[in-house]
Design a protein around this ligand. Structure first.
Ligand SMILES: NC(=O)c1ccc[n+]([C@@H]2O[C@H](COP(=O)([O-])OP(=O)(O)OC[C@H]3O[C@@H](n4cnc5c(N)ncnc54)[C@H](O)[C@@H]3O)[C@@H](O)[C@H]2O)c1
Length: 356
């Protein structure tokens, strides 16, 4: 299958470098800044097209939407209207209503819609799922999760979209944690939360516009507590307000043990298990080698097209994640608990061996 990239910024290089490991052909790319498309195209020997040319190219069956969060919905909508299957970067849409509309539109057209993150398809998270399902930690009771960092103003040349409504730490980085929680333990039923914006203005630290300032338009620090349909609870702190160090914690506590998971924003990393108040043990797991990389979700989507099934990193799952994040922000704004309207079941595990 031929894939066309829309949005040729920072992460597009990563997807383009990973592409040879997968069964799709990167055929072309487009960007509203055509020079960005030309640069990516030159590096990877693909075509740089205008956006409407890419959408009109009947050879391209899948659009890989790598635009900033604010453009995700419009690009996905245009690609679906052009008859393409779509795999979008996260979040699927800025709000739950738009996310649900995109899911419905794809279904109406008989097209598949997938969305990042796809880290849960990697060996570590698949092994964690197998351990939980096999009862290694007993009945799951609680998830403790935290993502704390100074923010993309420090490391991204165009950080503004990541600080606007529809992004921020909970909608931009939160999907890694929320997707991990939902794919391991099932959907979220209700949320409470607190949100704040301490640093109202930021300065771009790197790139051509280093030194320019911009106003933050969404909460930059969010603490949430969630009740899952399973009965377990989950806490997540997502913050762009701490000192310049990336903290990522994700632990699942059960009645008989604890699972320590690696960063849900990166493939690989140690998976640790502690049982009966014993010591941490590192759990070996199978790796898919070069396919342990961003792109595995696109690979699963193209297999889903052939097998006439939903992709595992599905639009429906991503819409639930957006709904959970938005409900948490609503709960914070209204200082109350919010019932999450949507629901998404855990996708089937990937057919991989469980242990090395
Ligand atoms: N940068 C990372 O490390 C990283 C990692 C994982 C996921 N992501 C996600 O990937 C997405 C893109 O992030 P990025 O860092 O590459 O952003 P970026 O700003 O570097 O690149 C986005 C590109 O999209 C283009 N664009 C904007 N609107 C467009 C439109 N309507 N049509 C076509 N092109 C358009 C921009 O010109 C830009 O070149 C975001 O959703 C982000 O959350 C980024």
């Amino acid at each position: 299958m031929k894939v066309g990239i829309v949005g040729c910024g920072v992460i597009s290089k990563n997807y383009a470098e990973n592409a040879p490991a997968f069964d799709f052909d990167l055929a072309a790319c487009a960007d509203i800044q055509h020079s960005y498309a030309e640069a990516l195209a030159a590096e990877h020997g693909i075509g740089a097209l205008a956006l409407d040319e890419l959408m009109a190219d009947s050879a391209i069956e899948i659009v890989l939407n790598l635009t900033p969060p604010s453009a995700h919905a419009e690009v996905t909508r245009a690609a679906l209207a052009a008859g393409k299957h779509v795999y979008s970067e996260k979040p699927l849409a800025p709000d739950a209503a738009t996310a649900t509309e995109l899911v419905a539109e794809a279904e109406r057209r008989g097209l598949l819609l997938g969305c990042a993150p796809d880290i849960f398809l990697g060996g570590a998270f698949q092994a964690a799922r197998a351990l939980i399902d096999a009862g290694a930690i007993g009945e799951p009771v609680a998830v403790s999760a935290a993502m704390l960092v100074r923010g993309p103003d420090v490391w991204h040349p165009s950080p503004e979209p990541f600080f606007q409504d529809g992004a921020g730490p909970l909608l931009d980085m939160g999907p890694y944690y929320l997707t991990a929680i939902v794919t391991l333990l099932g959907p979220v039923r209700a949320v409470a939360g607190f949100a704040s914006t301490t640093t109202g203005e930021r300065t771009i630290a790197i790139g051509a516009r280093a030194g320019s300032r911009f106003v933050v338009g969404t909460p930059s620090h969010v603490a949430t507590a969630m009740e899952l349909w399973s009965g377990a609870t989950a806490n997540l702190i997502a913050s762009f307000e701490v000192a310049d160090r990336y903290v990522c914690d994700l632990e699942i506590h059960g009645r008989e043990g604890v699972l320590g998971l690696p960063d849900p924003n990166a493939f690989g990393g140690p998976l640790r298990l502690r049982r009966d108040r014993g010591d941490w043990e590192e759990v070996p797991y199978h790796s898919r080698g070069a396919r342990e990389a961003r792109g595995i979700g696109v690979q699963d989507l193209l297999e889903a097209v052939e097998e006439r099934r939903a992709p595992r990193a599905s639009g429906r799952l991503a819409a639930h994640v957006v709904d959970v994040a938005r409900s948490a922000l609503q709960a914070a704004a209204e200082r109350r608990t919010v019932e999450v309207a949507s629901r998404a079941e855990r996708p089937d595990p990937l057919p991989v061996l469980r242990h090395a």
